[in-house]
Design a protein around this ligand. Sequence first.
Ligand SMILES: [Zn+2]
Length: 377
Amino acid sequence: MYKVLARDGLAKRGRLQTVHGVIETPVFMNVGTAAAIKGAVSTEDLQRIKTQVELSNTYHLHVRPGDDVVKRLGGLHKFMVWDKPILTDSGGFQVFSLAGLRRIKEEGVYFNSHIDGRKIFMGPEESMQIQSNLASTIAMAFDECPSSVADRPYMEKSVERTTRWLGRCKEEMRRLNGLPDTINPRQLLFGINQGGIYEDIRIRHAKEIAAMDLDGYAIGGLAVGESHEDMYRILDAVVPYLPEDKPTYLMGVGTPANILEAVDRGVDFFDCVYPSRNGRHGHVYTNQGKLNLFNARYELDGRPIEEGCGCPICRTYSRAYIRHLLKAKEMLGMRLCVLHNLYFYNTMMEEIREAVEKGCYREYKADKLAHMTGREV
Ligand SMILES: [Zn+2]
């Protein structure tokens, strides 16, 4: 169901066939944590900005509105009226980053909800059950996300537990996919590689999970505060040990430059809150760098955010108008910036796919990076 269509160096151009349609890779998944992309972006909007995959979060939807509610309403696709692929994050990262007091045990994690403080338990089986109720296209394995500065003995123990949890995730997913009332009995499962910035732990873990024959493989625990050099060093080390004939997903990454570098190292799935978060703050991406639309220089600027951009926003609105909306705290200002930014990312992925197919990825990457200097235009 996943095929590599072309290669250029380590960069791969792939296609993942799912029960909810085809995903052309490399792909940037658009993050809608609580079943909506922040910035008042609707499903109709996503259809207009080339979104292929929407990403929602298990932990957030479990605490509100509750995955049992979503299941009774027919699953996430029906609930949010989106018929294309959805990936659900396992909740692991949020349990470790958002939740207050927590205790990690072999069976799973005990913690308090960040909404109302109530006690919650989540282990591999619970995460799979929630994701099965949500009925996403791709479910992520439940893993521990240790701090990037965790010491080596802790990291080794943590990664061993993550491997044991992965075995339990796989078994539970198999069971759930066989139940008569499961909404999506063809739900896919991606495993997650951990190990911080220790190359040897990463590689050992990659070999272990590669042998487990999963539908795809993610690299987790990066982009959490380490340097870009460390991130690229780990990718150089670990990607060659993940199955080539399966999707390779770098979780939570990143800037356009991070994505361009990671594609060059064999990664083909990405997700990140940057385009929507930056958009909500009036920061917009262009091929000449990022602009801050709050800047006074745009007060009388009748040009679109980026000349030549084919997005619905740039075909209609001026920098001056969007700046006014942002200054007046009109919600529309944020929304227009978020839509342009997601379109920018989705279009860059399209260009990346084309460049890999043509065998000119390195030239494309160099040219793209040379122009995105970060200066204001
Ligand atoms: Zn645009």
